[in-house]
Ligand binder design. Structure first.
Ligand SMILES: *Cc1c(COP(=O)(O)O)cnc(C)c1O
Length: 365
C-alpha cells in the first residue's frame, strides 16, 4: 500500500524532537498566544523575507481575515480561480462579497492573467491568485493589472510554502500572503493552523486585532473581531518543522523530477515558468486516460487523488452565481483529466519507479 502521505514516516524521522517541543510548550502553560507563537512568527517572517506575520487558526481564517483587513465588504467583487479548494472562495463569501471566477491556463493550471482584465468591474476590489499545488502564478502580469486598477492582491499560499517567483517567496509578492498548516501541507502542523504575511503595517495591525476579538489591549475591544489564533502547541511543532522545510521541499522536487524522467511524455505536467520554483505540494499529471490510470493504481494498492473533480463555479454551494457548464472550459476540462500521485519527502525511489511504470503503461502511450 502506498498512501498519498504517511505522517508516520515523518514521526519516525523527527518525532522525538517534536515531542520535546510539545512537552516544552505544555510545561510553559502559555497556551494562547504564547512564546512559541511569537517565535514562529519571527521564524516565518525571517524565512519568507517579509516585515510582519501573524499566526491564525487556519488557512481559511487567514484568507477571511486578510480580506476583512483589506476592507472587503458587501457588494464588492473579488476575482479568483475556480480550480482551487473551496476555502479560497468561501472566505470571499464570509465577507459578503461575490467571488468572480476567471479561468485557468491549461499549462500552469493557475489563473490566466490574460483573462483578468475583462472580468474587472467597478465593484472589483481584490484578486486572490492561488499558487496551485505549489506552482507560483504569473505574478508579474497579475501585479501589473492589479496596480492598473488599484486592486489588492491576496495570495493563497496554502499549498506553496517555500515556493519562489523571481527569487522571492510566495506570500511576499502581493499585498498579503495566506498560509495553511493543515497536516498534509508542505509545512504542516498536527492540527489546524494558518499564517498571514505582509509588509504593510496597517494591515498587520488590523489582523492582529481581528484574530483576537478586535482587541489590542485585554478587555478593550475597538471593533468586532474573531477568535482565530495559532495554538502555542502547534507553533511549537512548526518551529521544529520550519527548520527542515527546505530539505523537505527539495525532496519533493527530486521526486517530481524522477517521476517525469520515467513517465516522460505519456502524460502532461504542470508547466513551471522560468521565474518560478514549484514546491510540489501535489505532483499532478494530466491525461485523457485519467480514470484508467487511477483504477490501475488502485489495483496495485497505490493511492492517487483528483484535485479537483468539480471546479468551484459548478459546485452546488455556488448555484446562486448561476454558472453553467461551458462557462470556464479549461477548468472543466482539467477537472476531467488531472490526477495527483503520491509525493512527499518520505516517498522512496522504488515507490516512484513502481508508480511511474504503472502510469506509463495505463496511459497507453
Ligand atoms: C488547504 C487550503 C486552504 C485552507 O486551509 P485550511 O488550513 O484547511 O483552512 C485554502 N486554500 C487552499 C488552496 C488550500 O489548499
Amino acid at each position: 500500500m502506498i498512501p498519498m502521505l504517511d505522517l508516520k514516516r515523518e514521526l519516525a524521522d523527527i518525532g522525538d524532537e517534536i515531542s520535546k517541543a510539545v512537552d516544552k510548550s505544555i510545561g510553559e502553560t502559555k497556551f494562547i498566544l504564547g512564546p512559541n507563537v511569537k517565535e514562529f512568527e519571527k521564524n516565518a517572517a525571517d524565512y519568507l523575507g517579509c516585515k510582519y506575520t501573524a499566526g491564525v487558526a487556519s488557512g481559511t481564517d487567514a484568507l477571511h481575515l486578510a480580506l476583512k483587513a483589506s476592507g472587503i465588504k458587501e457588494n464588492d467583487e473579488v476575482i479568483t480561480t475556480p480550480f482551487t479548494f473551496i476555502a479560497t472562495a468561501e472566505a470571499i463569501v464570509y465577507c459578503g462579497a461575490k467571488p468572480v471566477f476567471v479561468d485557468i491556463e491549461p499549462e500552469t493550471m493557475n489563473i490566466n492573467p490574460e483573462l483578468l482584465e475583462k472580468s474587472i468591474t467597478e465593484k472589483t476590489k481584490a484578486i486572490i491568485p492561488v499558487h496551485l499545488f505549489g506552482n507560483p502564478c504569473r505574478m508579474d502580469e497579475i501585479k501589473q493589472i492589479a496596480d492598473k486598477y488599484n486592486l489588492t492582491v491576496i495570495e493563497d499560499c496554502a499549498q506553496s510554502f517555500g515556493a519562489t517567483y523571481n527569487n522571492k517567496q510566495t506570500g511576499t509578492l502581493g499585498d498579503i500572503g495566506c498560509f495553511s498548516f493543515f497536516p498534509s501541507k508542505n509545512l504542516g502542523c498536527y492540527g489546524d493552523g494558518g499564517l498571514i504575511s505582509t509588509n504593510d503595517e496597517n494591515i498587520y495591525n488590523d489582523i492582529m486585532a481581528l484574530r483576537n476579538h478586535g482587541s489590542y489591549e485585554k478587555y478593550y475591544h475597538d471593533r468586532i473581531g474573531f477568535n482565530s489564533r495559532l495554538d502555542d502547541i502547534q507553533a511549537a511543532i512548526l518551529n521544529v518543522k520550519i527548520k527542515y522545510i527546505d530539505k523537505a521541499n527539495e525532496d519533493r522536487i527530486l521526486a517530481a523530477e524522477k517521476y517525469k524522467d520515467i513517465i516522460q511524455d505519456s502524460v502532461s505536467y504542470q508547466k513551471v515558468e522560468n521565474k518560478s520554483k514549484h514546491v510540489y505540494h501535489q505532483f499532478t499529471i494530466r491525461s485523457e486516460k485519467r480514470n484508467q490510470i487511477m483504477s490501475e493504481l488502485q489495483k496495485h494498492e497505490i493511492a492517487s487523488a483528483i484535485y479537483y473533480p468539480v471546479p468551484l463555479h459548478l459546485q452546488k454551494s455556488f448555484a446562486s452565481l448561476n454558472h453553467k457548464e461551458g462557462d470556464l472550459p479549461v477548468s472543466e476540462k482539467l477537472a476531467q483529466e488531472v490526477l495527483s500521485l503520491p509525493v512527499n519527502p518520505y516517498l522512496e525511489d522504488e515507490e516512484i519507479t513502481i508508480i511511474s511504470e504503472i502510469v506509463k503503461l495505463a496511459s497507453g502511450k
